[in-house]
Every structure is written in C-alpha cells, then in structure tokens.
Design a protein around this ligand. Structure first.
Ligand SMILES: Nc1ncnc2c1ncn2[C@@H]1O[C@H](COP(=O)(O)OP(=O)(O)OP(=O)(O)O)[C@@H](O)[C@H]1O
Length: 228
C-alpha cells in the first residue's frame, strides 16, 4: 500500500484530560506529478500544531496508526520517518551559525539525505522567493522572521521529504512573496496549517477542521482519500 495513511489518530492530553483530536483518518497519495495538499484549520489552541507533531512522531499520540508506504515509524526507524514526514515549525528553535552552516551539518548526517531523488538547491530555491544569496552567510539571529521562514522551508524542501508538515509557512510573508512560495509548495505533498481563508481557497485539495472537543470536520475532499 503506497502513500501516507493515518487511521483513527487520537490524542487526549494526559495533563488536562482534554481531547485535542479524535479518530483522524485520511490517506494521501505521494505522487510528485499530482501532489495533494491537506489544509488544517481550527481556532487557536485547537491542536493543529500538536497534530502535525504527532504525525511526525515528535510527540506521542494516544491511539491510532500512521504508515508510509505501508510501514510504521518503528519499521522505518524514527530518524528515517522524521526525514520523510518532515515537520517545519512555525518558528524554528534558535539555530547557531548561518543557514549555510546548517545545510553543511544536515549534509553530514546521511540519514537526513534521500538517495536517488533530484537534489533541490535551497539557495537557488531561495532566490526564486526573493532571498538574496548573501543572506545564507548571515547568522540566523540577524535574519527577519520572514527570512527565517523561507530559509527553513527551502532547506526542508531540499531534503526531499515525502510529506511536508507545514505550520503556517507563509504567515510572515508579503502577498507577492507568499504567491511565489505557494507556487513551489503546489508541487509538493503537504499537510499545511493556515489561518487564511484565501490561502485555503487557493491551495486546498481537502480541508481538515479541528474543533474544540476533539471532533474533526472535512470539506472539499475531492482529491484526498478521506476515511470518515
Ligand atoms: N505537551 C503538551 N502538554 C500539555 N499541553 C499541551 C502540550 N502541547 C500542546 N498543549 C496544549 O494543547 C493545546 C493545543 O496546542 P496547539 O499548539 O496544538 O494549538 P494550535 O491549534 O496549533 O494553536 P495556534 O493556532 O494558536 O498555533 C493548547 O491548549 C496547548 O496549550
């Protein structure tokens, strides 16, 4: 079985007993010729970021399963899973050095590199998003929020993941730059948190809405195979 499949994913926070999401099930084909984008929306605090972190196995869920090409994270190995189902945070934690240093460190860890796929140069990609080349040699601490957002995203795409888990990836961008980034992301399989109705209208193959209380609603599931 190919693709990224999520079955009955449920999380109740042990600290508070609050159910953030219950029985989330869907399946995304991973097809580079026809990439699907599942948009995730819901009020602040509903659990959108937490859902993405559970999909990346960066935090545990309570029940349910996730598989990539029919294999669980345990079968693939956690490092491999997280490289293939790649979470891109809204605000990355403080990273020492420059973006170029960071790329060199990633390249050093072979598990992060996908073999046999066409390499995307993050610096070239950044150019198409209005990021000057010099910026890759500045310290992260000197970059603006929108620059960090694009650098992080360009590096994530350059690792050639199967699924990008995007936490408000364009929230700090002006409309023109946002359009450029969206044009790139349209070519990738994404699960994408947004608070923008316009962006949702432009980009969604399907929409998952998290509601307080943990139930989920689906709309526009024309392309994504959604089990309800
Ligand atoms: N590890 C954790 N332990 C306890 N509570 C947590 C943990 N992680 C998240 N929460 C709580 O879960 C709820 C959902 O948080 P989350 O960041 O997933 O929301 P969100 O929908 O992404 O919100 P926003 O739109 O504001 O980014 C919040 O009330 C948060 O405080």
């Amino acid at each position: 079985m190919g693709g990224f499949t999520v079955e009955n994913l449920t999380l109740r926070l042990p600290e508070t007993g609050v159910t953030l999401f219950q029985n989330v099930s869907f399946s995304l084909d991973i097809d580079r010729r026809n990439p699907q984008r599942l948009m995730v929306r819901g009020p602040s605090g509903a659990g959108k970021t937490t859902l993405l972190k559970c999909l990346a196995h960066l935090m545990p869920h309570e029940s349910g399963s996730t598989t990539l090409d029919g294999k669980t994270a345990k079968q693939l190995g956690m490092t491999n899973w997280r490289a293939r189902v790649l979470y891109v945070p809204q605000r990355p934690p403080a990273i020492p050095g420059t973006p170029r240093d960071f790329i060199a460190k990633l390249d050093h860890f072979s598990a992060q590199r996908r073999k046999g796929l066409p390499a995307t140069d993050p610096i070239e990609l950044g150019k198409s998003w209005n990021l000057p080349v010099e910026l890759w040699d500045k310290n992260f601490s000197q970059l603006s929020g929108g620059e960090i957002q694009r650098v992080t995203l360009a590096i994530a795409i350059s690792r050639e993941p199967d699924v990008l888990l995007l936490d408000e990836p364009t929230s700090a961008l002006d409309p023109e730059t946002c359009a450029r980034v969206e044009a790139t992301l349209a070519q990738h399989t994404c699960i994408w948190i947004t608070h923008s109705q316009d962006q949702e209208d432009r980009m969604a193959s399907a929409i998952l809405t998290l509601t307080p209380g943990g139930s989920v609603e689906w709309t526009g599931s024309t392309d994504v195979s959604v089990a309800r």
